[in-house]
Design a protein around this ligand. Structure first.
Ligand SMILES: C[C@H](O)[C@@H](O)CC(=O)C(=O)O
Ligand SMILES: [Mg+2]
Length: 443
């Protein structure tokens, strides 16, 4: 039973100095400090439960998202949680349609990241109050209720609420068996932890062979800055993992459209399953052109981690511009908007392979993809979820990986809650970690 009035919203600028060791580096983001605008909601209910939510950032700019969260706060404060989730579509629309704030969006950029952070906190609180992990809350939810969380505005030309209902109704068949399958085997994952662009050849080789020993069979490598480096690094990886294991490549938006096609033709010998973010994430027709050009080489296009919203995903699907769709739990407007994208992907028959990693993205998105398998896609064909082995120790309920698969979370909530000590130490710029680092840098 949902209860309580939201009495407090606090937001923290948390940063982790991952750039010091090149973790997370790619052809466009050479020095990312994995960071989060971390939101905590408190209510006047006696249960003392808190809703925790976050959105992922790369260091600088987190303060901008924190400001945007504070600007959204009046929409939540003093609201009854029951009223929010009882008309979640209306509440989502209220947040994203604020007559003044939407001018600096709408449904994109810092203000949409802030929307994701606060709504992720609402979902965490809802799931905690129901005593279920978020994926289970979604799986058990009546389809009509689930659909009442989605804003269908701008997507009814490809997916009506009735069509979405039919998809969910079909998904009821075999649901129990699929839930059991998840509980015993988990959801297949791939690793990006071995081959960040800033890693040396020695490190890359060592990490790939360790990952192989740990049972990983799918690997992603960063490419796009220098072709000769890419060829050497991909050769090294193939030498370690062999010809049969799955390899994906990620250019993080580095190329123009013709350059993407030419570059990938040169990397085709390493048999990548996909090239991720080959060009500007807003260039839908560019992605379509690359998809068409690379299809004869057996290389698909994957994108999504910087797709602003459901409309961009709609058009990517309409234009046959992607073969693997990468939802992101903190870029789109929380679970609400991700649900609409999962349903559109199902309608278009495009596999969803979520973006994860960062700080907390694995913790969150595992819930969405496990729900997707049980209630929507009902398939594991061509599907896997990204995994990155950084910063899980800061979460109260960290992901559990077994035999390269995500095991369904058991704790109530959205796995978003961070340890108090981690929050204290990583606040920017006053937490212990930053005080020391900034002092050492002479700041
Ligand atoms: C800056 C991030 O680490 C980015 O490289 C992550 C990414 O593209 C991915 O995980 O995929
Ligand atoms: Mg990527």
């Amino acid at each position: 039973m949902v209860r309580g009035r939201i009495s407090r919203l606090s937001v923290h600028d948390l940063r982790f100095p991952t750039s010091l060791e090149g973790h997370g580096s790619d052809a466009m983001h050479t020095d990312p400090d994995y960071s989060a605008a971390y939101v905590v909601l408190e209510t006047d209910a006696e249960d003392g439960l808190k809703g925790c939510g976050l959105t992922f950032t790369l260091g600088k700019g987190t303060e901008v998202v924190v400001c945007a969260v504070n600007a959204l706060a009046p929409h939540l404060l003093n609201k009854d949680l029951g009223d929010i989730v009882g008309d979640f579509r209306g509440f989502y629309r209220q947040l994203t349609s604020d007559g003044q704030l939407r001018w600096i969006g709408p449904e994109k950029g810092a203000v949409h990241l802030a929307t994701a952070a606060v709504l992720n906190a609402v979902w965490d609180l809802w799931a905690k109050q129901e005593g279920k992990p978020l994926w289970k809350l979604l799986v058990d939810m009546d389809p009509r209720m689930l659909l009442s969380c989605i804003d269908f505005r701008y997507i009814t030309d490809v997916l009506t609420e009735e069509e979405a209902y039919e998809i969910l109704q079909k998904g009821q068949v075999g649901k129990k068996e699929r839930e059991e399958q998840m509980q015993t085997q988990g959801y297949p994952a791939y690793t990006t932890s071995c081959a960040w662009l800033g890693y040396t050849d020695t490190r890359l080789t060592q990490l790939c062979s360790e990952a192989l020993k740990d049972g990983w069979t799918r690997f992603k490598v960063k490419v796009g800055a220098d072709l000769q480096d890419d060829i050497r690094r991909c050769r090294l990886i193939r030498n370690v993992i062999g010809p049969e294991k799955t390899l994906m490549m990620d250019a993080n938006q580095r190329w123009d459209v013709p350059e993407a096609v030419e570059w990938m033709a040169k990397l085709a010998e390493f048999k990548p399953l996909w090239i991720e973010e080959p060009t500007c994430p807003d260039d839908i027709l560019g992605h379509a052109a690359i998809s068409k050009a690379l299809a004869p080489l057996g290389i698909g296009v994957a994108t999504g981690e910087q797709c602003h919203n459901r409309v961009i995903f709609k058009q990517l699907l309409q234009a046959k511009a992607l073969q693997f769709l990468q939802i992101d739990s903190c870029r789109l407007g929380s679970v609400n908007e991700n649900l609409s994208v999962l349903l559109m992907a199902k309608k278009f028959g495009v596999p969803v392979c979520p973006h994860a990693g960062g700080v907390g993205l694995c913790e969150l998105v595992q819930h969405l993809i496990i729900f997707d398998f049980i209630s929507v896609s009902a398939s594991l064909k061509d599907r896997m979820c990204e995994y990155v082995d950084h910063l899980h120790e800061h979460f109260k309920y960290p992901v559990v990986i077994r035999k390269a698969c995500y095991m369904p979370p058991k704790d109530a909530g959205y796995s978003t809650e961070m340890k108090e000590e981690s929050v204290r130490q990583h606040q920017y710029p006053d937490g212990e970690v930053w005080k020391e680092l900034l002092a050492a840098q002479g700041n």
